[in-house]
Design a protein around this ligand. Structure first.
Ligand SMILES: Cc1cc2nc3c(=O)[nH]c(=O)nc-3n(C[C@H](O)[C@H](O)[C@H](O)COP(=O)(O)O)c2cc1C
Length: 178
């Protein structure tokens, strides 16, 4: 795909729309070099410490957790609407058990700037290196959150990824609608 560098905030509305509808795809490699992708529905794109940052939340039970802990980086891939079925698979099956790129007929491409795979079918991609991580602390959480997403524990690790490259196809917003 002919993705070109964009400013980090370019296409922000379309990216958040995708995040909060079907989800985005978080790419990483495991210790053996196998590419994995996981659907994320929670995240934030912004500026912290004078750098463009993606904040993503990954529960320790996810295979992706091991991958990001090992590699220290990830990609955030913004899918087209037509990739909803792939997002459902990547959000329900684990890379421990299957090759999700093969299962979803998606194409993995090596990132130029980080050791994490890109989903080539995605019109917008961010390549991120972890500059900070911390864990969601139960005793610091509001009750409404503690009794919601965390009834089963498995408190997320919060990764702050410095955006080394933000890339998009020239007609990315139109492609996202397809
Ligand atoms: C729409 C959607 C959003 C999700 N968002 C997150 C998320 O932000 N963080 C998380 O840890 N899991 C999230 N999940 C669950 C993971 O994607 C799911 O457990 C996945 O199978 C983990 O894959 P892995 O074991 O290969 O890492 C989400 C699932 C869906 C369907």
């Amino acid at each position: 795909m002919a993705r070109q560098k964009i400013e980090i905030a370019q296409h922000y509305d379309a990216v958040i729309e995708a995040l909060t509808s079907g989800g985005l795809l978080l790419g990483s490699y495991d210790a053996a070099g196998k590419a994995n992708i996981m659907t994320i529905g929670w995240g934030a794109l912004g500026e912290i410490w004078g750098m463009g940052i993606w904040v993503v939340l990954v529960r320790p039970s996810r295979y992706t957790y091991q991958c990001v802990e090992h590699s220290g980086c990830f990609t955030v891939n913004v899918p087209r609407r037509s990739m909803g079925a792939a997002c459902a698979v990547c959000g329900s099956k684990s890379g421990r058990d299957i090759d999700k790129f093969a299962e979803c007929s998606l194409t993995q491409v090596k990132s130029d700037s980080v050791g994490a795979p890109i989903v080539d079918e995605c019109p917008i991609v961010y390549e991120c290196t972890v500059v900070h991580s911390n864990d969601v602390l139960p005793d610091k959480l509001a009750d409404e959150i503690l009794t919601g997403p965390y009834v089963g524990g498995d408190f997320h690790r919060v990764y702050f990824g410095k955006v080394l490259a933000a890339l998009a196809e020239p007609n990315a917003v139109e492609l996202l609608k397809q």
